[in-house]
Design a protein around this ligand. Structure first.
Ligand SMILES: [Zn+2]
Length: 465
């Protein structure tokens, strides 16, 4: 059982911080300040909250991303979640509605600190071993490759340094113990260290490998490591939790969907670090053994990403983004369905792919020039395909719609056009592959709500062999 009495308090009410004591952490957090706060509810009931944060021994300030550091007199949520409203600077952003939030205190890495280097530190991942480095590498690229941002991050050599405000940005797999002071039941959490001016100077990412199983593919009963790393890196660069359930910075994670950034995340990173994105993997090879597919790194056999076999069901192309569609490729005996990725022009799609209209209504997706023979799901026979069947060198999903397997997101216009054979192009209307929102099937990245058993059930995904 997860001991989390604090989080049983109603979170729609606030409590008052009546006393605070800062002490030194222990175990993996020995270098961090821990704030122990007495919180009083309106009915007079008191409880104790214990959280990483406060002034630290290095002349800086430590805080747990997404949470407030309680100070006497403050009114806070009983769960200490940071409730800073979504930041909406008037007239600055290209889109009128954004949901991303800044960490508090708001801060960014100074230009001189870019690229921010992250390293594996402490224990090796129990579940994925040294492959964690490639996942971290790809996760940092995910934020650096955004067209409109000057943010840059990368990976460095493994470190033995303990967590703390030491300028070493470590990723710590907590295989033995999920430290007290971090939020019980969280999958991953990021602790940031800022100087007196609020500039970031250190960030440590803790992964709860004591209580959760991680994987490279989000298979049943596991959590996709890369999805968690991309989310935590968002905190490490200065973003808080988004209120947009589509966003990677939303507080829960499901399947592979948090691997890709959505519009809200992109507006967030580009607001904090405006500039021009780093080119994709066409000019910077992917870490071995990953392949460069449509300008992004993928593992062989990757599911729900560009050129992965798919069916037209919600979530079919999650890893390629919420607007990725399950598109048709080939004809006759070679016909099948694979995931695309939403795009505006060819440069969004990398070498070997084009940005093309895939529906009569002009939905644009990255489409392989060679029928996905340049993808991560290539094959000679069906047995080479973890998912789908082998047709002309690529694993593809079926083209025959099952009864009732109707694109839930297709607009009436698209469906109507697609049904008209005389006007239907090679690529017919497909699903937009967005998952229904709602927390019941999602796992918390920084919230405490579910036990592991519950999560394992929630992680069950449709799988075929
Ligand atoms: Zn988070």
């Amino acid at each position: 059982m997860v001991p989390a009495p604090l989080f049983l308090a109603p979170i729609d009410d606030t409590v008052t911080v009546v006393a605070v004591e800062v002490s030194q952490g222990s175990g993996p957090l020995a270098d961090e300040p821990i704030t122990i706060a007495t919180l009083r509810a309106r009915d007079g009931a008191e409880h104790i909250a214990r959280i990483v944060g406060g002034p630290n021994a290095h002349g800086g300030f430590t805080r747990l991303a997404g949470y407030v550091v309680p100070v006497v007199g403050m009114r806070v949520r009983a769960d200490l979640l940071d409730t800073t409203p979504a930041w909406k600077p008037a007239g600055v952003l290209p889109t009128p509605r954004t949901s991303f939030a800044l960490n508090t205190p708001a801060g960014t890495w100074p230009d001189t600190a870019l690229p921010v280097t992250f390293v594996l530190a402490g224990s090796t991942s129990r579940d994925v071993g040294d492959e964690a480095l490639a996942e971290l590498d790809v996760a940092t690229r995910t934020w650096s490759n955004v067209d409109c941002t000057g943010f840059r991050a990368g990976v460095g050599a493994k470190s033995t340094a303990p967590a703390g405000d030491d300028g070493i940005n470590g990723v710590y797999f907590q295989n033995q113990e999920w430290p007290a002071g971090l939020v019980a039941g969280a999958i991953g959490q990021t602790v940031v260290h800022v100087d007196a001016s609020g500039r970031y100077r250190d960030a440590d990412i803790h992964i709860n490998s004591k209580n959760f199983r991680f994987s490279l593919d989000g298979q049943d009963g596991t959590i996709d490591l890369r999805s968690v790393l991309v989310h935590e890196l968002g905190h490490a660069l200065g973003l808080g939790h988004s209120t947009d359930p589509r966003a990677t910075m939303f507080a829960t994670v499901q399947g592979l969907r948090s691997r890709s950034l959505e519009k809200d995340d992109i507006v967030g990173v580009c607001t904090l670090y405006p500039g021009e994105g780093e080119p994709g993997c066409d000019s910077s090879p992917c870490p071995s053994p990953l392949l460069c597919v449509a300008g992004r790194c993928q593992r062989r056999g990757d599911a729900t990403d560009v050129c992965s076999p798919c069916e037209r069901v919600p979530g079919a192309c999650d890893a390629a983004g919420d607007d990725a569609r399950c598109i048709d490729i080939g004809e006759g005996a070679t016909a099948g369905r694979v995931c695309g990725r939403a795009c505006e022009n060819d440069t969004d799609c990398g070498m070997g792919f084009h940005c093309r209209d895939t529906t009569t209504s002009g939905d644009r997706q990255c489409v392989s020039e060679v029928r996905c023979a340049n993808g991560a799901n290539v094959c000679t026979t069906d047995t080479d395909c973890r998912l789908g069947t082998c047709r002309a060198g690529a694993c593809v999903g079926p083209t025959t719609e099952d009864a009732g397997n109707v694109d839930p997101a297709a607009t009436p216009t698209e469906a109507g056009v697609a049904a008209d054979a005389s006007d239907t192009p090679v690529h017919e209307a497909g699903c937009t592959c967005s998952m229904p929102s709602g927390g019941s099937h999602a796992a918390p990245l920084g919230l405490v709500t579910l036990t592991f058993a519950t999560l394992a059930r929630a992680w069950k995904r449709r799988s075929r062999r």
